[in-house]
Design a protein around this ligand. Structure first.
Ligand code: SDX
Length: 427
């Protein structure tokens, strides 16, 4: 692949290029400042890679998503979430004995220390679950001071397993606290998804058996959300990890990043948007008009993506799943019909077509979560639960890479030039 030649004034610099597995080419500007005293500016890093990664491949033009080379639709159909968690972190699908050992290890770490309840109970019952989850995840680091060294592979492995094991319990217990119900303890006889559903929806007064449709759907949803390359929250996890912060602190940073409505918070915003449309009596044309209006901050939530400029393969899987799951659960949700109508109209509108705005992973997921019995404010923590193995895989890849450097971007300063201090009485 040819190198790039940068000409700036009378200066010229040859920049080497690197080629990825799928033929993508990156120009290495590592010598730019030392050779020409120049830096680059790239808002939102839309054209810039910090480095290489072998975890997830996305082709936004062709709507391709693969975890460690395996296509997302095949994993969603055939794998379990813990199988995908193993794949993302260790690089290959586990053999039967490896998966059984991994499942056993995760199952045996699902319990939380009793005093973690005091953490949940310090929050107002109205607290958003993402705020609680980020705090509880940070707090986990204080219970395992002996396993925080990011350069100690054994410590990293046990901390990663504790995070995967305990996050469903933290999410379920924070929910039970917020709805004033008793905590339900993990049941080691259940698989990962069924155990979470029981901790979420069981009450001591009666037996609880998770609906197999809901269990199967949750497993698929978690897989679809498990990783997505260098998205906002994974980049936050990597940035914090680049300073050799421990895995709990780094993942807590990812949870905060995911909470934003432009990122993982969009699944909650989509449901709120659809509900507002129904309640306000607004027509879809009014909604589309607002979304296109530059002077109106309203955006069509669940639409658009930095990378996917064709279609989000996850949204395609979720659109089909939404119809199947609601039918299987006997749920008739008018918001699904509204979402599909909104999608049809938007995809034939020049504004969306021209900007290549298609439904993303968040457009249909909330309708499915709602049919499964989750409250709207739980949608983003469900995204976090799915994304957890991806965050961990990205963090482990960065922490174990000998070429890793602390993230410290440059800037182009445009503030005031030097000026003398002014005495307070003279201001
Ligand atoms: C996720 O990165 C990932 O991989 C993320 C994710 C993952 O798995 O980790 O896939 C998960 O975060 C999905 C995205 C969820 N967010 C939303 O659904 C919120 C609504 N979408 C937008 O805010 C937006 O599309 C983003 C944030 C998703 C992407 O923003 P970009 O890439 O910075 O695009 P942009 O803001 O520069 O938009 C380009 C144009 C602009 O118009 P012009 O200035 O060119 O005239 O498209 C317009 C935007 O105004 N536009 C929208 C729009 N999204 C973009 N107009 C109306 N409604 C929208 N939703």
């Amino acid at each position: 692949m040819p190198d790039a030649v940068l000409r700036h004034g009378d200066n010229e610099l040859t920049l080497p290029s690197h080629v990825g597995t799928e033929g993508e080419t990156a120009i290495d500007i590592g010598n730019l400042r030392s050779s020409l005293g120049l830096v680059t500016v790239d808002r939102g890093f839309a054209n810039t890679a910090e480095g290489t990664s072998s975890v997830t491949y996305i082709n936004g033009e062709e709507g391709i998503l693969r975890y460690r080379g395996y296509p997302i639709d095949q994993l969603a159909e055939h794998a379990s979430f813990l199988e995908v968690s193993y794949l993302l972190q260790y690089g290959d699908l586990p053999a039967n004995d490896e998966l059984a050992a991994y499942e056993e290890e995760i199952t045996r770490h699902t319990l939380l220390r009793e005093d973690v309840k005091h953490l949940f109970e310090a929050f107002p019952h109205s607290a958003h679950p993402m705020q609680i989850l980020a705090s509880a995840t940070s707090a986990l680091a204080t219970y395992y001071p002996d396993a925080l060294d990011p350069l100690d592979e054994e410590a990293v492995d046990i901390s990663a397993r504790r995070l995967i094991a305990k996050t469903p319990t933290m999410i379920a217990w924070s929910y039970k606290y917020r709805v004033h119900q008793p905590y339900v303890y993990p049941d080691n006889d259940l698989d990962y998804a069924s155990n979470f559903l029981k901790m979420m929806f069981a009450v001591p007064a009666e037996d609880f058996i998770a609906n197999p449709v809901v269990t199967r759907t949750l497993n698929m949803l978690l897989i679809l959300h498990a990783d997505h390359g260098q998205n906002c929250s994974s980049s936050a996890v990597r940035l914090v990890g680049s300073g050799q912060a421990n895995i709990f602190s780094s993942v807590a940073a990812g949870i905060h990043a995911l909470s934003g409505p432009l990122h993982g918070g969009a699944n909650q915003s989509v449901l709120e948007m659809l509900t507002r449309i129904v309640e306000s009596g607004d027509t879809i044309d009014t909604v589309i008009k607002r979304a296109k209006d530059k002077d109106d901050p309203f955006r069509l939530m669940g639409f658009g993506h930095r990378v996917y400029k064709n279609f989000d393969p996850r949204a395609q899987i979720l659109k089909k799943a939404a119809e199947d799951v609601l039918k299987a659960l006997g749920v008739d949700d008018p918001l699904l019909d509204l979402a599909m109508e909104l999608e049809d109209i938007a995809l034939s509108d020049e504004y969306f077509v021209e900007r290549k705005l298609y439904p993303n992973v968040d457009f249909y997921s909330g309708i499915i979560y709602r049919a499964m019995g989750f409250s709207t404010d739980m949608f983003t923590v469900l995204f976090a639960m799915g994304r957890l193995p991806g965050w961990i895989a990205q963090w482990r890849e960065l922490s174990s890479d000998p070429d890793t450097k602390i993230f410290r971007p440059r800037q182009l300063y445009t503030g005031p030039a030097e000026r003398p201090f002014i005495a307070r009485d003279d201001r």
